[in-house]
Design a protein around this ligand. Structure first.
Ligand code: NAD
Length: 289
């Protein structure tokens, strides 16, 4: 059996400056704090690094302490202009959610929130465990709502009211696949949160979502060799036919490609992006063969 270390299409190279979008923005400085959830792995880790590379102070939070330590090591390796501060917290616990924002205010002026943390569970709707549904709801919807509530207050308290909430949605916030009801509902819901913040913003305060197809993160790459074995097909066939069958672009995205969308969305170049979704899915949801 091939594993993610042996198949070159599943390997994620370490992020370098060449992978990252750099934006000249008056608010991208050490005084400005960006809270990033899920920052111990995959897309959240890359987003924390990209924002720190752009000079922001990042309040990187995750339940995974080792993952956060790796994010700090990666920031040191990249020699980012901004620092990565860590807050170990469980997004299912309200006290932890409040502590994340409290700690972030110690680091500087909180202007940006990237809601990235997430998890997957696969089961038919009639079998879907409600405790698993509740967990997904708490991490992927309730915590983003609560964090937005607290961060919007911080943004309104800044001298100029400039700031943004960026939410990680998915193609599953546009269309759905079977056996993922918890995920599908959360991703449609987070687009509702995005538009709700946008409706109350506009005067400096903005919100946007990011929707991608498959991204090379442990959440995805770890299961591909098993899927190949279960179905009796090759890793390439899983990638090309099962995952990217409806996509016109036949390679998965790297985490840094997604992180750059948060950099752009938070920047002044996103001033007219309010409630909108950055759909970078390689044509997956909008084309049909
Ligand atoms: P990942 O598993 O690499 O990272 C998810 C992180 O969320 C982990 O570090 C995990 O510890 C954290 N997390 C989970 N439960 C938590 C909790 N209770 N409290 C705090 N942190 C918690 O996954 P990823 O692929 O980087 O996914 C990040 C986001 O991107 C998710 O919202 C996912 O739905 C979304 N997404 C991923 C893909 C993809 O193909 N990988 C595609 C579209 C959208």
């Amino acid at each position: 059996m091939e594993d993610s270390d042996t198949h070159d299409r599943l390997v994620v190279d370490s992020i370098t400056d060449d992978d990252l979008l750099f934006v000249d923005d008056d608010h991208f400085s050490a005084d400005s704090v960006a809270i990033v959830t899920g920052a111990g792995s995959g897309i959240g880790q890359a987003t924390a690094l990209a924002l720190a590379a752009n000079g922001l102070t990042v309040a990187a939070t995750d339940v995974d302490e080792d993952g956060l330590a790796e994010t700090v090591d990666e920031a040191e390796r990249l020699d980012t202009d901004g620092s990565v501060e860590t807050v170990v917290a469980d997004l299912t616990v309200d006290d932890d959610v409040e502590r994340i924002v409290g700690r972030a205010t110690d680091f500087g002026t909180v202007r940006y929130l990237a809601n990235v943390a997430g998890l997957q569970h696969i089961d038919a709707i009639e079998e879907f465990p409600m405790n698993q549904y509740d967990l997904m709801h708490d991490v992927m919807l309730r915590a983003p709502v609560y964090l937005s509530k607290l961060v919007v207050r911080e943004i309104r308290d800044t001298d100029d009211g400039v700031g943004a909430v960026g939410n990680m949605a998915s193609v599953h916030g546009h269309y759905v696949t079977a056996d993922k009801v918890g995920y599908n509902v959360s991703k449609f819901g987070i687009r509702g949160l995005t538009q709700s913040v946008a409706a109350e913003g506009g005067d400096g305060l903005r919100a946007f979502s990011v929707s991608t197809g498959y991204v090379k993160t442990p959440l995805v790459t770890d299961q591909i060799p098993d899927t190949a074995e279960q179905r009796g097909i090759s890793v390439d066939e899983v990638i090309d036919d099962v995952m990217l069958g409806q996509s016109r672009v036949k390679e998965m995205m790297d985490p840094a490609d997604v992180a750059n969308l948060f950099v752009f969305g938070f920047s002044t170049h996103g001033d007219h992006l309010n409630g909108g979704d950055l759909l970078f899915d390689g044509g997956m949801t909008l084309t049909y063969e």
